[in-house]
Design a protein. Structure first.
Lengths: 349, 461, 167
């Protein structure tokens, strides 16, 4: 029997890593909801949630409990299987992106070299794109299966927004990839950590800006939150959902926010790199933990940025949204790409 | 390479001139100038002058045969735009885009006449077809045009799918896309079943592209539904180009007999079916446009003889056939487009109201029927003579001659309507320039009917 | 049976089953969803052949973009099992018989063909499918078709604008 002949310890190691990363993302997503309400309160000069536990710290748990206890309604006329599949897909695609992100360099425990990354594949960024483009299905299937006109329209609106901004996002990254010459996220981080190299944001400010805007749109966050505009567009694709299935959609959005913050930090801000410090002089375990903390700090900043924008900028109209995506961002990203290519060619000669 | 790159560039130029030029007549002059430049550059390449020196990695091979056909195709397009340009401008608002698409079609044509790699064949066929789907549906208010476009697109996509499947199987069998490998006698005679299946798929998809029966069902509806000008372009230049690709692809299959598949017999069936269906159905049509659609199927049957016999004479013949058939059909369509009524009755009494048009039309129809002293006679002669040269299949020649006689019936119905029936023969306003153009075209056809070597000599000198 | 062989058979069965389900589903939306499963299974095959780039591009382009457009159209036109036209049973039967005989012939030919034996795919090795090698091949040996395909896309775009624009 050679059927199961492979490195069992590696498998266990990866399983532990996956379990840790998934639960950490879920906890972060939970506390994002709390942070969102606190930030909103701060910007609007009110106290925000402050009853459950000290400073309202237990509020997300109370919210979760509430969602679980609500009555679960599946509309009679809906397509039951797809109705349930929708939120599952949204959650699944949100979680799957974690697989290629390097969370830290590596640990050395029990004589083993443990990479803090689930899989280092040589097409890391494309994998992220692939999974993100699958995320559309969660929205579309959920909206269609509800058998409700408003849900359907909102789902179409959401899907067309996501696929429109995916283009500009991809184009803005091509310029970055010309610089790095690799699609592996770990290689990209290592390049930024190497002595004498600056973070990619220095070389690609415009690319980062485009990527940031597109990330906002991909996560359906204000000012691009048309798919779920509660007041004027009669809620969104999750209109018919209740209980934890609604919770899944909302949760998936927060996880997406977290993941896109991580990716921005990794691609443009050095990932787990600590500025002005040579990590190789430290014990690898200490370096890994410090690096992880550095990445976490960068991510917290981006999450704050997401919320800051949400409570400052008003929502776009639909035609403005499409205009920005197709007529401004894509030409800008193309120009960025051409200029970067020309500069690289010029410097190499 | 000149023509491929230049036609793509000219397409882009036409696209941009649509922004700055509002006058449609000016656009037509720009297109004509572009075609002239293209023609000159291609003829220059025939004599060894290349503008770009591109390393094509053995994917294209610029031989005399392919380049001569390019010249023929570009020249026919020039005549087509010169005669029917005003009708292109009338189809819709986007004249500049129509010319752009025509230039892109020419890019595709110039690729498939010189390809040596199946990849390039696929790309060329697609570049040629996709603009045609659009041109077919360019009359947006007309439901028939929409239907034709959709039908053409779906059927075309399906046949392209078959072609890709065939190419995949051939690649699996030989490990190469090159038609040199494919036409290697050892492989052509061999019993590699993957490769044979692949060739069969290619045969089906090429038969579809040239609208040979039994893969012709899209043709009448598409040719009838599309705006008349674009039908004229589709039925002539494009169809002839597909034949050139066909000839290059099946070279070795016809020259060497394979132990497993009788390729000649397969082609025999195709030819007989095409001649039968094309000619017999054309007899029963009431609309001249639809009759021409069926007659183009029948003409395809004759052109298939070139693939069938595959000798030097066939190669000369297919080029000559392409010229004579394209010119005559472009002429017939140019006259048809000026008519108010597309049925046979619409032609009644045309000889009285428009004698020049009627005379030119008669010459074109005679050429299509293959009457001596017109180019069409020598075209058919070359095709049949090439079959006789192979020494077998004489019965095919006899069948073909019989069907040619049938075709005379429906071509002469138009002539009869023009000269021997009374009626108004109503036409649009005829510009004197149009008449001059028709007369020049008539002279060319008669000239070629007297001295066919004018074209064929280009193959060798 | 190594793990790759198990995976291969699993993916093959999945691809064939979902391809059949594409045809059998009454509801067009279900057909599209099954088609997406087919693309996933095929991408799995690409990964087994160590062609990661192809696998992921297959997903991004087909499953992520083209199928979304399919869904768009089907959902907007509100096609469902009731609006699906009832096809003639005889026509279905004729199609099944002619398609089935083609399948039978192809399978029997491939089974008996001498040029198929001993030519199995190399699973998990070879590196032509990796992005750097693919890029090199595309920009050296296959540069002519690569550049020429731009004309194809340009003409398709011009066509889409001509068809789509309001008169």
């Amino acid at each position: 029997m050679t059927l199961l002949a492979f490195d069992w310890i590696l498998l266990i190691e990866k399983f532990v890593l996956i379990a840790i990363i998934v639960s950490v993302s879920l906890v972060i997503a939970m506390y994002e909801t709390y942070a969102e309400r606190k930030v909103a309160a701060f910007l609007q000069d009110r106290p925000g949630p402050n009853r459950a536990g000290p400073f309202g710290m237990l509020q997300p748990l109370a919210d979760g409990l509430k969602l679980f206890m609500k009555e679960e309604i599946i509309p009679n006329t809906s397509n039951k299987f797809l109705f349930i599949l929708g939120p599952c897909l949204a959650m699944l695609t949100a979680m799957m992106t974690c697989a290629v992100i390097p969370w830290g360099s590596h640990l050395e425990l029990f004589g083993r070299h443990i990479d803090l990354q689930i899989a280092d594949i040589n097409i890391g960024i494309l994998y992220v794109f692939g999974v993100v483009s699958m995320g559309v299905y969660g929205i579309m299937i959920g909206g269609w299966a509800s058998n409700n006109k408003f849900s359907l329209i909102a789902a179409l609106r959401g899907a067309s927004q996501v696929i429109s901004y995916e283009l500009a996002m991809g184009l803005s990254l091509i310029a970055l990839l010309m610089l790095t010459g690799s699609l592996s996220l770990r290689t990209i981080v290592d390049q930024q950590m190497a002595p004498g190299h600056l973070w990619n944001i220095v070389y690609q400010p415009l690319g980062f800006l485009i990527f940031l805007v597109c990330a906002f749109a991909e996560c359906n966050r204000t000012p691009f939150d048309l798919p779920e505009a509660e007041n004027e567009l009669n809620f969104g694709y999750h209109q018919e959902y209740s209980s934890m299935k609604l919770g899944f959609y909302l949760f998936a959005e927060y996880i997406n926010m977290f993941i896109s913050s991580v990716i921005m930090a990794t691609l443009f801000f050095g990932g787990y790199d600590i500025p002005f410090l040579d990590e190789s002089t430290l014990n690898p375990n200490v370096a890994a933990l410090l690096g992880g903390a550095a990445l976490f700090l960068k991510v917290v900043f981006f999450i704050f940025l997401f919320m800051w924008v949400r409570w400052t900028v008003p929502r776009f109209r639909y035609d403005q949204l499409m205009d920005l995506g197709w007529k401004k961002l894509i030409p800008l990203a193309l120009a960025n790409m051409v200029v970067t290519g020309a500069v690289i060619l010029w410097l190499k000669k | 390479m000149n023509a491929i790159i230049l036609s793509a560039i000219l397409g882009v130029i036409m696209m941009f001139s649509g922004i700055w030029v509002n006058n449609k007549a000016t656009l037509r002059w720009i297109a004509l100038a572009g075609l002239l430049v293209l023609l000159i550059s291609n003829i220059a390449e025939m004599y060894g002058y290349r503008i770009w020196n591109v390393n094509v990695h053995n994917m294209l091979y610029f031989d005399r045969f392919g380049l001569l056909f390019n010249s023929v195709a570009i020249g026919s397009t020039f005549i087509f735009v010169a005669l029917s340009g005003s009708d292109i401008n009338r189809v819709g608002k986007y004249a500049a885009e129509y010319y752009t698409l025509i230039f892109f079609v020419l890019t595709g044509i110039t690729i498939i006449s010189v390809y040596t790699s199946l990849l390039m064949l696929f790309l060329g066929i697609e570049i040629m077809s996709i603009p045609l789907y659009i041109l077919t549906g360019s009359d947006k208010r007309n439901l028939k045009s929409n239907e034709a476009s959709l039908k053409y697109f779906l059927m075309g996509a399906f046949s392209t799918g078959l072609m890709l499947m065939g190419i995949t199987l051939i690649y699996g069998a030989t490990g190469s896309f090159s038609i040199e490998v494919l036409n290697n006698p050892a492989i052509a005679q061999g019993v590699s079943f993957l490769e044979i299946t692949g060739m069969l798929f290619l045969l089906v998809s090429m038969a579809f592209k040239v609208s040979a029966a039994p893969f012709h069902f899209w043709t009448p509806d598409v040719y009838d539904g599309a705006p008349g000008v674009f039908t004229s372009f589709m039925a002539t230049v494009v169809k002839a180009a597909a034949f050139i690709a066909f000839v290059k692809l099946f070279d070795a299959r016809m020259s060497y007999s394979s132990a497993v598949v009788d390729w000649k017999m397969l082609l025999c069936i195709l030819i007989i079916a095409t001649l039968l269906i094309g000619n017999i159905t054309a007899v029963f049509q009431q609309s001249v446009k639809r009759m021409l659609a069926y007659s183009s199927i029948a003409q395809a049957g004759f052109m298939l003889f070139a693939v069938f016999s595959m000798n030097e004479m066939a190669k000369e013949g297919i080029i000559f056939y392409a010229v004579s058939y394209s010119l005559a059909t472009i002429g017939v369509f140019a006259v048809l487009l000026k008519m108010k009524d597309f049925t046979f009755e619409g032609y009644n009494g045309l000889a009285k109201s428009q004698p020049v048009l009627a005379f030119a039309n008669t010459v074109f129809l005679l050429s299509l029927a293959g009457i001596p002293l017109t180019a069409g006679f020598f075209a058919k002669y070359f095709m049949l003579a090439s079959v006789i040269q192979t020494g077998h299949y004489l019965w095919m020649v006899i069948v073909a001659v019989l069907f040619a006689a049938v075709s005379v019936y429906y071509y002469f119905r138009v002539i009869q309507a023009m000269y021997f029936k009374t009626g108004e023969g109503e036409t649009e306003n005829i510009h004197p320039g149009f008449k001059t153009g028709l007369i020049i075209l008539t002279v060319i056809i008669i000239l070629l009917g007297v001295a066919p070597n004018l074209i064929i000599n280009f193959l060798y000198f | 049976m190594s793990i790759t062989v198990v995976l291969f058979w699993f993916l093959t069965a999945l691809a064939l089953l979902s391809a059949i389900m594409v045809l059998l589903s009454k509801n067009p939306v279900h057909s599209v969803l099954w088609l997406i499963v087919v693309f996933f299974a095929i991408s799995g095959h690409y990964i087994l052949l160590n062609a990661q780039f192809l696998a992921i591009v297959n997903l991004i382009v087909y499953a992520g973009a083209i199928m979304v457009l399919f869904l768009f159209v089907i959902m907007l036109m509100n096609l469902n099992a009731e609006t699906e036209p009832q096809k003639n049973t005889w026509l279905k039967l004729a199609g099944a018989i002619s398609g089935g005989s083609l399948l039978l012939i192809l399978v029997s030919v491939i089974r008996s063909a001498t040029d198929m034996t001993g030519r199995t795919a190399q699973v998990g090795e070879g590196n032509i499918g990796l992005i750097s090698n693919l890029g090199k091949a595309l920009f050296s040996e296959y540069v002519v078709p690569f550049e020429i395909s731009s004309v194809l896309f340009l003409s398709a775009m011009v066509g889409a604008v001509v068809i789509g624009k309001k008169d």
